[in-house]
Each structure stands twice: as C-alpha cells, then as structure tokens.
Design a protein around this ligand. Structure first.
Ligand SMILES: [Zn+2]
Length: 264
C-alpha cells in the first residue's frame, strides 16, 4: 500500500495501549496496525503548514517567515511565563493570545525517562503526556491562565528537570516513580499566586505504548540527511516510530515534510 501526504504529528487515543493515527489529506492510517511490517519513507518536498508554500521547514512545521510572524508561534508558546494576555498586552495578535492563554492550564509531572515538569492546556491532557512518551504522569496545579502555569513551572524547574532523555525513553531504560509523593514534596515551591490551585487529590495516570520490542541502541532518522529509509516498525512511543535496526523517527520533528509512505 502506498500513501502520500504532508506529515503532521500523529493523533492519539488513550486506550489500554495508546492508538496512533497518521492523518493525510486523503488517507488515515492506524499506525498500530503497521507494527511488524516493513515501511519505507521517502521525502518528496517541504510544505509549510502555515503558508502552504514549498519552503524549507524551520521549526514546528513552518518556514522561517511563518515562525516569526504567526501568532501561534510566539515565544510564550515555548516559554509560558512570557504570556501577557492576562494583562491585556499583545505579543503578535491579542485576540488569538487571549483565546489561547486565558483558559485552564495544568502544570504536571510526567515520567518518560526521569521526572520532568511541564505545562499544557487542560484540554491537551492526556495528549501532551502521550506525545512525550510518558509512562506515568500527574497534574500538580490547574490554573486559569497560561502565565500562572508558566511561573509555576519556572519555580518547580529549580527542583526537577524540564527535559526528557529521549534515548532512555526509547530504550525503555526507566524507573517507576511515585509521582504523588514527588508532587507533595514540590508543593512548597509553588509560587504564592498559584498556591490556591494546587490539586491535592490528583492521581497518577499510567500509559502503555504499542512497542513489540525496545532496541538496545537508538539512532535518529532525519529526512533532511536521509531522504529515503526502509525498516520494520517495532514500536511507537511519544511521537517516535521505532524500527528494527534501532532507528527512531520523530514524526513531530518532521511536520511539514511531504512524504511517500509505502507499507509492505
Ligand atoms: Zn510558511
């Protein structure tokens, strides 16, 4: 079977094992069904998800021009503590920013290789955790806007990491942690403005990923360097496809890449 389209991050569904879907304009693939099959990926051309031009992708699926101009690509996305919509101050487009920032946000702990702290819109739970390949996660505070989540994350980062070790995550070199305990230990470091939003009763969520076999060693596949690749799909975790030779393909990092995909 052959498919063609522009890559966007895989859609997911939390079930006993996470279900993954790759959505192309005219096709819809349940990636779990491709486990154990030989897949080839052939990079055809760039397709900016912002302006739809055939321009080199810079980051987040968009070209440099879109990255530096679209409201959804502002610095407050990666650094929530820079959010200003709650003050009525505009970064690139106040109306957009009010909609995006002035809604419930959650600061969470997720364990994908080590415990890390992160921020997401409440509506993105558990999607965000699945995308990070976290096998367990817990909510710490739920606040009414992105700024409060951001300053809480900054404070908690002093005490836990905010990074995932993706090699450890993909080789399943993991520890099970008691996130409820860690959450309680961190409570004292939540900034004054956000203390009232602490979630005393939140429970750890366990997530199981569709992986037949974890590799011992991981190499990363980038289509810019290797425009054609073929391998047997052994697992899916986070936004990574894991192949039999230890190659890991980060679908999210290839948003805006138009590819031909064939399944044998
Ligand atoms: Zn563009």
């Amino acid at each position: 079977m052959n498919y063609e389209g522009v890559l966007t991050k895989m859609k997911t569904e939390l079930q006993d094992t996470v279900q993954y879907y790759l959505i192309f304009e005219s096709d819809f693939l349940n990636m779990n069904q491709l486990l154990g099959k030989k897949i080839s990926i052939n990079f055809l051309r760039f397709h900016c998800l912002g302006c739809h031009k055939q321009k080199k992708i810079f980051r987040n699926g968009v070209c440099y021009n879109c990255l530096t101009s679209l409201p959804e690509m502002g610095d407050w996305v990666m650094r929530p503590e820079l959010s200003k919509a709650h003050l009525g101050e505009q970064d690139r487009d106040l109306e957009y920013e009010q909609k995006a920032q002035l809604q419930p946000h959650v600061v969470y702990l997720a364990n994908s290789s080590n415990v890390k702290v992160g921020v997401t819109r409440k509506s993105q739970i558990p999607t965000r955790w699945i995308d990070q390949g976290a096998h367990e996660a817990i909510e710490v505070v739920e606040v009414p806007n992105r700024y409060l989540a951001g300053i809480t994350e900054v404070a908690l980062k002093q005490h836990v990491s905010d990074k995932t070790n993706w090699r450890q995550m993909l080789t399943n070199n993991l520890k099970d942690l008691n996130l409820e305990e860690i959450k309680e230990e961190l409570k004292q470091y939540i900034p004054e403005e956000a203390k009232e939003y602490y979630l005393g009763n939140s429970k750890e969520l366990e997530i199981a990923f569709p992986v037949l076999e974890y590799p011992q060693k991981i190499k990363s596949l980038t289509l810019k360097k290797t425009p054609f690749y073929e391998g047997v799909l052994k697992g899916i975790k986070g936004q990574y496809l894991i192949f039999d030779d230890g190659m890991a393909f980060n679908v999210r990092n290839h948003e805006g890449y138009e590819v031909a995909l064939s399944v044998k």
